[in-house]
Design a protein around this ligand. Structure first.
Ligand SMILES: [Fe+2]
Length: 199
């Protein structure tokens, strides 16, 4: 028995066997396994990102910009990157992402556009936001508001949350599905990822 066969048998035992190329080209016992795998792939569709209230502080017509940090603003710089995807995992190019949030002290700018801005995903569905970690304000845990809209499509309004914030546990609308992923330090900054999945 060759080493290749041994590996194959072990994979088979785990239910993970990959058919040899010859099997893909023609009829083979493994054809049944390929067909059987199809429903599992369908089950892998991503759940749509949950919607949440926009709250009282949305201002329309925010500026077009990826960085929503005003010059010399206080706070820990934070970069959020990710993609806008369909439930089948396909990237959505030119989707609108419109972010707004409190500053590092927990205050919203409701007369101007500090910590407000929108931009569009690139050809691969990617966006990149530069901001600061928002502060707490009474009654809420730390969060960033966002509206996401594919071209000509309906708007997803939701909020994103931060791991390790004690007040997540008492916030009435906090959802763990909306926690930013891969939260990490990059020098003095913070970074995280979040992929929006649109129905
Ligand atoms: Fe808010």
């Amino acid at each position: 028995m060759t080493e290749h066969e041994l590996t194959r048998r072990r994979l088979l035992a785990l239910g993970l066997a990959i058919p040899p190329l010859a099997a893909l080209a023609g009829t083979d016992v493994f054809a049944g396994e390929l067909l059987a795998a199809t429903p599992a792939i369908a089950d892998d569709d991503d759940d749509p990102t949950p919607a949440q209230t926009e709250g009282p502080y949305f201002t329309p017509n925010s500026p077009l910009r990826r960085s929503i940090v005003p010059a010399r603003a206080a706070g820990t710089r934070f970069t959020l990157t990710g993609r806008v995807l369909t439930t089948a995992g396909r990237p959505i190019a030119r989707a609108l992402v419109d972010f707004w949030q409190a500053d590092a002290s927990g205050a919203y700018d409701n007369s101007g556009f500090r910590f407000r801005g929108h931009h569009f995903t690139d050809a691969n569905g990617r966006y990149a936001l530069t901001t600061v970690v928002p502060g707490l304000y009474p009654g809420r845990t730390k969060h960033i508001h966002v509206k996401v809209q594919p071209r000509g499509g309906s708007i997803l309004t939701t909020q994103l949350y931060f791991p390790g914030v004690a007040r997540n546990r008492s916030d009435r609308i906090f959802q763990s599905a909306l926690l930013v992923r891969n939260w990490r330090r990059v020098g003095a900054r913070r970074a995280a990822r979040f992929d929006f999945v649109l129905r």
